[in-house]
Write a protein that binds this ligand. Structure first.
Ligand code: BES
Ligand code: ZN
Ligand code: ZN
Length: 499
């Protein structure tokens, strides 16, 4: 995509689509008189007729006959002083959808019209890049009936920007955030026969090569050798090999202060012998949403190259049934040496993550953030628009929350008490119990992973509710959301800036 580094003036603007923000009580922007007279007057007429809405997120598209600007897309912003980054991002999401629908890939943003007391030109440019990129996303399909070529965002220009170069740079970073999120969405949306653990590893390897990460992909024999008994137990029912995927982004000479993202990469979750009811199985192709989030964040890091060591570790397998499969009552030995009594084979994510977290520590993680579509419990508690969290380190979590404020990805922390830990450790035959009960089971799921994080500062993110949208939303279609891609990357950026 080409982002123009020079800003033109309104008098000179020639474009297919001009994108204009309309703030309430500022509809009669004096600046509109700067527009070529003919369509400046036209706009005033529209405003007076009430054809252009200034309500937040209202999009009005109007054609300009025979002028250098073919269409104007008016973006309602509500009261300028109460406009938040979240509303503006969502509004740009709707703009992206509109551009996609009308197959417009070249457009000009009148940046000045989006600036308010609280949102600078640079912020508005970033949110435009991010929002339009996210809104532009379309889910792939495999229908033979339509082979329409896809359209990509191609050309963006700005008018009314005071520092065009900085604006272009900010827009570009926003666009990178969107593109990486969209790739994570595509991973989530890909059918499970087309995305096995091996495929996921291939994707990660290609990503690693593209950005110069150190890549290590462990196959089944190597995992056996190392004693990864937990993820291997989940894999026992499968004909597909598991993979343990590690990507290292080395920013400093020494491998120190490493932040590790650990992703659940279950490419399909049938539940195993604790089989899911048929209707609950639908959608379980998305049980690698945590892995997708981690990979998306690594893509951003690869592009923006912050000064912070980051490692991604992804445990990947599907959860199937066969004569060999894991059974309830089995006792397994994890990579850490801790043993687990299996009560429920559908509580497989925590087994996969147990070994992934231990491996991340062995590979030098100083901070751990695991991301997983772990429990139905988090959906019952928080719905589908909030990610559930646990932590063993308040200060680390507080810092992380700052990043969520910037990206507007809602995270809510659950408690993890000594009593919860007692329940997780309640087994007659082993150190741990993989399913101590239905009551508060989000906490047992995450808390189980915490047993392997031990004293390493750790945050658990349960994205079972937020990883897959059941309906269209401002920033994208039904399907994978790419949740936490933006927050993980932005958190690293924040940590790097602190230093
Ligand atoms: N992958 C599921 C969790 C899930 C549920 C993700 C709905 C997305 C949407 C996970 O492996 C699972 O099956 N969890 C069980 C745990 C239970 C057996 C303790 C659950 O939530 O019911
Ligand atoms: Zn499960
Ligand atoms: Zn699962």
């Amino acid at each position: 995509m080409n982002i123009a580094k020079q800003s033109t003036t309104l008098e000179q603007v020639a474009t297919d689509v001009l994108i204009v923000g309309v703030q309430k009580h500022r509809e009669q922007m004096s600046n509109w008189s700067a527009l070529p007279t003919a369509f400046g007057e036209q706009i005033n007429e529209w405003v007076n007729n009430g054809e252009i809405s200034s309500e937040a997120k209202a999009i009005t598209k109007l054609p300009i006959a025979g002028k250098s600007v073919k269409h104007i897309l008016f973006v309602g912003l509500g009261e300028g002083k109460s406009l938040t980054a979240e509303v503006l991002r969502n509004a740009f999401g709707l703009v992206g959808k509109q551009l996609k629908a009308s197959k417009k890939t070249a457009y000009t943003i009148w940046l000045e019209s989006f600036v308010t007391e609280n949102l600078t030109e640079e912020e508005a440019a970033f949110l435009a890049g991010e929002g339009i990129g996210l809104g532009f996303y379309k889910v792939n399909h495999y229908k033979t009936t339509s082979n329409e070529a896809d359209t990509y965002l191609e050309d963006v220009h700005f008018v009314g920007a005071s520092s065009a170069e900085e604006v272009a740079a900010n827009y570009e970073v926003g666009h990178i955030y969107a593109e990486a999120t969209n790739e994570a969405r595509t991973l989530v949306n890909t059918p499970p026969n087309l995305l096995t653990a091996t495929d996921l590893a291939d994707y990660a390897e290609a990503l690693g090569k593209q950005y110069g990460f150190e890549v290590e992909i462990l196959n089944k024999a190597q995992m056996e050798e190392l004693g990864m008994g937990a993820i291997l137990s989940v894999n026992k029912g499968s004909v597909q090999e598991p993979r343990m995927i590690t990507l290292k982004y080395k920013a400093t000479e020494n491998w120190e202060d490493v932040v590790s993202f650990v992703g659940k990469g279950v490419t399909y979750d049938t539940g195993g012998y604790s089989l899911k009811p048929r209707d609950s199985m639908i959608g379980m192709k998305g049980d690698m949403g945590g892995a997708a989030a981690v990979l998306g964040a690594m893509k951003i890091i690869g592009e923006t190259r912050p000064n912070k060591n980051v490692m991604a570790v992804i445990g990947s397998t599907d959860n199937m049934v066969s004569g060999e499969a894991l059974k309830p009552d089995d006792v397994i030995t994890t990579l850490s040496g801790k043993t687990v009594e299996v009560f429920n084979t559908d509580a497989e994510g925590r087994l996969v993550l147990a070994d992934a977290v231990t491996y991340a520590k062995q590979q030098g993680a100083h901070y751990l953030i695991d991301v997983a579509t772990l429990t139905g419990g988090v959906i019952v508690a928080l719905g589908t628009d909030k990610t559930g969290a646990l932590t063993n380190n308040e200060a680390f979590f507080e810092k992380f929350m700052e990043a969520t404020m910037d990206t507007n990805e809602f995270v809510w922390r659950f408690p993890l008490t000594e009593n919860d830990k007692k329940r997780i450790r309640n087994s007659e035959f082993a150190d741990l119990n993989n399913s101590p009960g239905r009551d508060g089971h989000m906490i047992f799921g995450g808390g189980f992973i915490g047993e392997f994080a031990e004293d390493t500062p750790w945050i658990h993110l349960d994205i079972a509710g937020t990883s897959d949208a059941s309906a269209v939303h401002d920033l994208g279609p039904k399907g994978g959301t790419g949740v936490m891609v933006r927050t993980l990357a932005s958190f690293i950026e924040q940590l790097a800036e602190e230093e």
